[in-house]
Design a protein around this ligand. Sequence first.
Ligand SMILES: C[S@@+](CC[C@H](N)C(=O)[O-])C[C@H]1O[C@@H](n2cnc3c(N)ncnc32)[C@H](O)[C@@H]1O
Length: 258
Amino acid sequence: MFGQNFITDKNLILKIISLLKNDGNTLVIEIGPGQGALTTTLAKQFAKVVAIEIDRDMEEILKSKIKSDNFELIMDDVLEIDFAEMLQKYIADYKNIVLISNTPYYITSEILFRAFEISPILSQGVFMFQKEVAERICAKVGDKKYNNLSIATEFYAKAKYEFTVKRNMFNPVPKVDSAIVSLDFNENKIGDVKNALEFVNFVRKLFNNRRKTILNNVKSSIQGVDATKLLEQCEINPQLRPENLSIDDYMRLYKRIK
Ligand SMILES: C[S@@+](CC[C@H](N)C(=O)[O-])C[C@H]1O[C@@H](n2cnc3c(N)ncnc32)[C@H](O)[C@@H]1O
């Protein structure tokens, strides 16, 4: 019901956690701690761990497993939480704030976009995604899987496909393989545009009809502009398809109409 596939392998747990940068005073936010597979080790290694879990059945399990003072459990739906407000109380005490999640797959993109929204506060994110989604997130222009999600990710962070996780590493065993992706939020392009969210939505609209040319996508999605002229001014071949344009191409287009 809540996308629950628990990690069981100790080495895998250590391998995932080793990707997080620990400066000795790091706050880890964990989304979906479940039965505490990652959380137990996180609480031992990091200065502070705040975990957000929706499933009331996990509350007692987590509280009995992790008794250290540096562990805080928030029983709530991560999509209902005002993250920016929640983090305010920690900002003064922790310079390095990182996010980790063996993501409940039914809300992968919502969680990813939540992370993007608060990315100026975060230094890093380490996520378990479905392999297919991980490949999209990390794809670069020219790759088969490149799409607007790849561009949004490149806009907010530097993404790295760390490694594949076979389905038999989980209990219960899911239908698909997974992969670990790390996001370095310090390397981003947010400062290059006026309104980050508007830019991401702009790109999304231009992917509405992937099979059509960028010219036709501009014509149908962007009102009140001369599509041919706009593409010419931005030195973009109008016959290209949305997946042939780099993030820099999209930024030129966006800036031109702003
Ligand atoms: C894939 S399991 C991972 C559990 C654990 N971290 C592990 O690796 O074994 C996803 C977890 O996210 C929790 N979850 C699902 N939807 C959630 C939501 N909207 N808000 C907070 N937690 C959620 C589930 O209850 C579950 O514990």
